[in-house]
Write a protein that binds this ligand. Structure first.
Ligand SMILES: [Zn+2]
Length: 138
């Protein structure tokens, strides 16, 4: 199920993070992987946080994740998000082991549980300049 949802704010992209955001705009999830120690890296960085190698490659991943923690916010978390309240903010762990802060969709009538399977959802911003990565119960 696809919800009609537009995110009110676009992220500030950097040369390092642009491939991540560009892939989301194409409905794909990519992560950096270190060419030296093969560690997955998120958030996008110019060097591997494990071995400090600057040799990082963008690799496509499934976007499948599990729910690590969440909180239900009945009030807007900031003025631009007034139209999105209530929101369910979450930290998820992708299959590759990296964690990311995000928000959950399609949770009405669902019981959220730690470790539950999630799949990615791609949410364009209102200004059309970016796509955010959200998740929904798989
Ligand atoms: Zn490394």
């Amino acid at each position: 199920m696809t919800e009609t949802l537009l995110a009110p704010l676009a992220p500030k992209m950097t040369p390092t993070s642009t491939p991540f955001w560009a892939a989301l705009g194409e409905g794909r999830v990519v992560l950096q992987q270190c060419d030296g120690c093969e560690a997955w890296v998120f958030y996008p960085r110019p060097r591997c946080p494990h071995c400090l190698s600057p040799a990082l490659s963008w690799k496509p991943v499934s976007g499948r994740a599990t729910l690590t923690t969440w909180t239900h916010c009945p009030r807007p978390t900031a003025p631009p998000f007034t139209g999105l309240a209530p929101q369910t903010l979450a930290v998820v762990t992708l299959e590759e082991g990296v964690r990311m802060s995000t928000f959950l969709l399609e949770t009405a009538g669902r019981t959220l549980e730690l470790g539950m399977a999630l799949s990615p959802r791609f949410v364009p911003t209102e200004d059309g300049t970016a796509t955010l990565l959200a998740f929904a119960p798989a």
